[in-house]
Design a binder for this molecule. Structure first.
Ligand code: ZN
Length: 254
């Protein structure tokens, strides 16, 4: 058994017994783990207020490779998602990012850049105003890249011609788009040139710039659908992200 110390982001938690808790963490150095936090629901617990989803922690835990559940020894808060907790739109977007990591990352696969992407995206979401959905688009764009599935948005996969203002036909299975000449018979999802321009920009812009995006409803619908198709084709076939569906349903209530 080893005693390990790392930074971690809380993905989700479950009650255990009378006073304890199981918490899923995405750690910077040891990938995704589950820990038992003994007595965490006791009002006098050292973990009080620490283990809420999206909290950035420094943790010390006892690690035994042969076990699915590790034992938490200490947790201290690096950053609490204060503004996210008080805002339902930010909460659903933050939980959607956690859900994506939770569903797509296998066990203890270690990828520090993904930890940094999630941490930076949550920090930006916490303080941001403006077009908040841009933050999850940025997160999804770079998540797909880090998982090794980065699509090419600017050229046709068959003839390599630039797609430009004409747009193209998206084939999530093939990992990109075909132009109207090459893609006509292959089916696929038609995407406008304006939407492709935004997706191309998301691969290159800075995280803090995305909330300034001004997106037309048609482009927004296309981008949502493309990320969903991509996620379900390459990462998790079962269903769309639950938290993101809740976020979309809030829009209808606004
Ligand atoms: Zn073509």
């Amino acid at each position: 058994m080893a005693i390990l110390n790392t930074q971690a982001l809380v993905l989700k938690g479950w009650k255990l017994g009378e006073t304890s808790k199981i918490v899923a963490l995405y750690t910077r150095d040891y990938g995704k783990i589950k820990v038992v936090a003994k007595g965490a629901r006791d009002p006098k617990s050292q973990y009080r207020g620490c283990l809420e989803p999206l909290t950035h922690l420094n943790v010390i835990y006892y690690d035994k490779r042969t076990r699915d559940l590790q034992l938490l020894s200490k947790a201290s808060i690096v950053r609490s998602p204060v503004q996210i907790i008080g805002n339902i739109e930010k909460t659903t977007l933050g939980l959607a990012m956690a859900e994506l990591v939770s569903r797509a990352v296998e066990g203890e696969e270690t990828l520090p850049p993904l930890f940094d992407l999630l941490s930076d995206s949550l920090q930006t979401l916490d303080s941001a105003n403006g077009f908040l959905e841009g933050i999850i688009w940025y997160f999804e764009t770079h998540f797909i890249r880090l998982m090794g599935y980065e699509p090419v948005w600017e050229t046709c996969m068959a003839c390599k011609d630039s797609l430009g203002a004409e747009g193209g036909f998206f084939h999530p299975d093939s990992g990109g788009l075909f132009c109207s000449r090459c893609g006509g018979k292959r089916g696929g999802f038609a995407v406008s040139g304006e939407t492709l321009e935004i997706l191309f920009w998301l691969q290159r812009c800075l995280l803090r710039e995305v909330t300034a995006l001004n997106v037309q409803p048609g482009q927004k619908a296309e981008i949502r659908k493309m990320f969903d198709l991509y996620f379900r084709t390459h990462i998790d076939h079962r269903k769309s992200l639950n938290a993101l569906n809740i976020y979309y349903s809030l829009e209808g209530c606004a």
